[in-house]
Design a protein around this ligand. Structure first.
Ligand SMILES: [Zn+2]
Length: 165
């Protein structure tokens, strides 16, 4: 039970942290967009772009003659109108008649954000209900008879719990 409590605690902390990071990335991507562009491979004539903009992360594969200049490196740019709820999407622009094939895979932030936030929320909710009076609120350790005022398992103060003297 103790090991399981630790796993849950780590899962909750990682889940909460990831939720926060994804929320920030989601919001910031509508203020600043950025992408990294590889150079064009001489052998395969392929250039890759990975970037974050308008609530999603995308990867582009450009094969053949690029439509514009390929500028290797990191680039920032200002996105247009905020887009918060795009769907995961795959685009394939076949301009091979003019020598270009452009393929894009894009994943919006809100999808993993929603899944991780709900899963983390369920863990927090279940733990709140499971711990009864006399148990540590953080890890569930049985504190009956505890007089130190500190949970011996996780070190949380038990001042809010009734301490039997
Ligand atoms: Zn504890």
């Amino acid at each position: 039970m103790i090991a399981r409590g630790r796993v849950r605690r780590v899962a909750k902390e990682v889940g909460s942290g990831t939720t926060l990071v994804l929320m920030c990335a989601w919001a910031l991507s509508n203020v600043w967009g950025w992408y990294y562009q590889s150079g064009v491979s001489r052998q395969t004539q392929v250039a890759w772009t990975i970037g974050v903009v308008s609530g999603q992360i995308f990867v582009d594969k450009i094969t053949g003659k690029p439509l514009g200049p390929i500028l290797k490196g990191f680039h920032c740019y200002k996105p247009g109108l905020p887009i918060l709820f795009s769907l995961p999407n795959v685009h394939r622009y076949d301009w091979r008649r003019i020598g270009t094939l452009w393929e894009r895979v894009a994943l919006p932030f809100w999808l993993p954000l929603l899944i991780i936030a709900i899963a983390t929320g369920i863990l927090w909710y279940q733990d709140r209900r499971r711990f009864e009076a006399g148990q540590c609120r953080r890890c569930g350790y049985d504190l009956s008879g505890n007089v130190s005022g500190i949970c011996p398992e996780c070190g949380m103060g038990t001042s809010e719990l009734p301490i039997p003297f």
